[in-house]
Ligand binder design. Structure first.
Ligand code: GLP
Length: 246
């Protein structure tokens, strides 16, 4: 079930997302958070840091699982998702890095790594999963065509995804071709999901997720089968929705 919140700008989106997250953290200081990278969650992470500084809210008992990581990027590479999480959140809150889980993009044995990550994840129950959406409807790095039954696995990135993410690399050739990602089945186990999207570039994907058929062609459409998804969008991203943005 979707709860759709349409906001004026990314600042208001971040505040709305933080309100949802705060409700979970207030009740459960040792919550299990599913986290994501990309530009969409950055405002929310800023809010978390601000609140941590202002109220002293502690993250020392919080456990986190990130959705994905690029394959063959060292975790200290400037564009690894490990570096992203350190630079946008972990370095500014009192999280215990022992409780942080991000797939190892530089594993020697990727079969073992995907099994290890899924096994670790299965020991917990994610209370709230934060995520963005790809312009082609991907969630995590589950590209169109990924079976809904998939657990953590290696995904070959679509050219459109590599193009979307090329802005963070010196050239398209530097964008990794593969990623380790939590699967759709793994993501669907989260008790609650917060999905953030802004700009008209995401409007088609948001409309397909909410109004389109539930199909592996649009991975995010699987969320129609989830009991609690809070979709927080700006007007541009909401512009193709039936009741919003007009
Ligand atoms: C990447 C990430 C996704 C993210 C998407 C959208 O592909 N793997 O998890 O949702 O980008 O990114 P942005 O929020 O920057 O638009």
């Amino acid at each position: 079930m979707f709860t759709i919140i349409v906001k004026e700008n990314t600042l208001e989106m971040a505040s709305a997302a933080f309100e949802v997250l705060k409700e979970v953290l207030d009740k459960k200081p040792d919550a299990v958070l599913g986290l994501a990278t990309g530009s969409s969650p950055i405002g929310l992470y800023k809010k978390m840091i601000e609140d941590h500084k202002l109220t002293g809210r502690s993250y020392k008992d919080v456990v986190t699982f990130n959705l994905d990581e690029y394959v063959h990027l060292d975790r200290n590479h400037s564009q690894s998702y490990y570096t992203f999480m350190k630079e946008h959140l972990f370095d500014f809150i009192d999280i215990d890095l022992k409780n942080v889980h991000i797939p190892n993009g530089n594993a020697d044995d990727f079969d073992a790594e995907v099994m290890r990550y899924e096994e670790e994840l299965s020991k917990f129950h994610v209370d709230v999963q934060v995520m963005g959406i790809g312009s082609n409807g991907h969630i995590g790095f589950n590209e169109p065509g990924t079976p809904f039954t998939a657990t953590t696995h290696i995904e070959a990135l679509k050219e459109s995804t590599r193009n979307d993410n090329a802005r963070f690399f010196a050239s398209i050739d530097d964008v990794p071709t593969h990623a380790v990602t939590m699967g759709i089945a793994s993501i669907m186990k989260a008790k609650k999901i917060i999905l953030l999207a802004s700009t008209s570039y995401k409007a088609k994907a948001i409309a397909a997720m909410i109004h389109g058929p539930v199909t592996e062609k649009c991975p995010a459409s699987v969320l129609q089968n989830h009991p609690d998804v809070v979709v927080i969008v700006d007007k541009a991203a909401a512009s193709l929705l039936a009741d919003e943005g007009h």
